[in-house]
Design a protein around this ligand. Sequence first.
Ligand code: SF4
Length: 386
Amino acid sequence: MKHKSLLPPRRRAREVKVGPFVIGGDNPVIVQSMTATDTADADSTVAQINALAEAGCEVVRITVDTRKAAAALPEIRRRAAAPLVADIHYNFKLALEAAPYVDKIRINPGNIGSEENIRAVIEKANEFDLPIRVGVNNGSLERDIAIKHGAHVTDNVLMPPEAGYPAEALVDSALRNIEILEAHNFTRTIISVKSSNVPLMVKAYRMLAAACDYPLHLGVTEAGTKDNSNIKSSLGIGALLLDGIGDTLRVSIAARATGEKIEEVRTGFKILQALGLRRFGVEIVACPTCGREDQGFDTTKIALELEEVNSRLSKPVKVSVMGCYVNGPGEAAEADLGVVASGKAAKIYRRGQLIDSLVPFDQVLPRMTELIQTFHEAEAVPASAD
Ligand code: SF4
């Protein structure tokens, strides 16, 4: 069953091409992540990029912080299975070196010095038809904007205002960077205004969405370790997507290992899936269980194992797992496949139709796994259909 979307009309951002994707307009919201390897080590960087890509990550950002990192880019580009973004701070020469090997540059024009440096980066971006992401972050605001919004200087150190920067500071910085790019007739711009403070970041994006028509890259920065980040990202990114704001996203998790980096991608897709904006892989709807759960049927274990066993499937399949008959058939009617405990055996439904009414509880996992695989191969629609 396909519900009509209850979201408001999406903010209409201008379209900007990033590799094979178009970001903005009514194109799908793209999920990004970032490597945590030393980019100069091409082997480990390519391994992490490709693991992220295999998990569904659509665009991967890598830091280009040294000449050695820039020198590794041709090799990384040759072997990478995803479009790449070079993340650059301060050193405009690294952007010039990276441009031939990436699909986007993340740099803040306000941070790279003279007018001449800015012009050189823009000319290089034009030569390779690259977009630029202006990535404003409240930890690295331009000095004068920080002071305008309450920071003070003590012993030559910039101290943020006690109550933190207001959302207006992030927006001022974003608009200044846009202005610099527009002064050079550059409009292939994507913008982010990230903060680790969820209400602040939501307010800043809302203000920016009203002030320009550039596509917005959503994220809660420095969101912490997995559980904390999942909650903060879901709230911040989710609130904006619920408003129809946002064209691409990154969930940021404090993690170095590839397995944990992949969580960023999974959470990103889960946010989009929960809002009905994208469908990707197996989505399990499971009841919370209660004292009514039929004895011998373990809803939690079945849901977790079905998720785990099918975690590599990329096309959308919605599966419901319900511990008793109370809400079981109703949920099954809205799923592609549903299993409902019903006394001493389970009932299995396919798109609401009962296809098996006497599945022993210990046979539920293999039977559902087989059905999910068959459904995935035979009937699932492409992941980007929404
Ligand atoms: S479906 Fe049944 S077992 Fe699951 S929470 Fe509802 S009443 Fe409880």
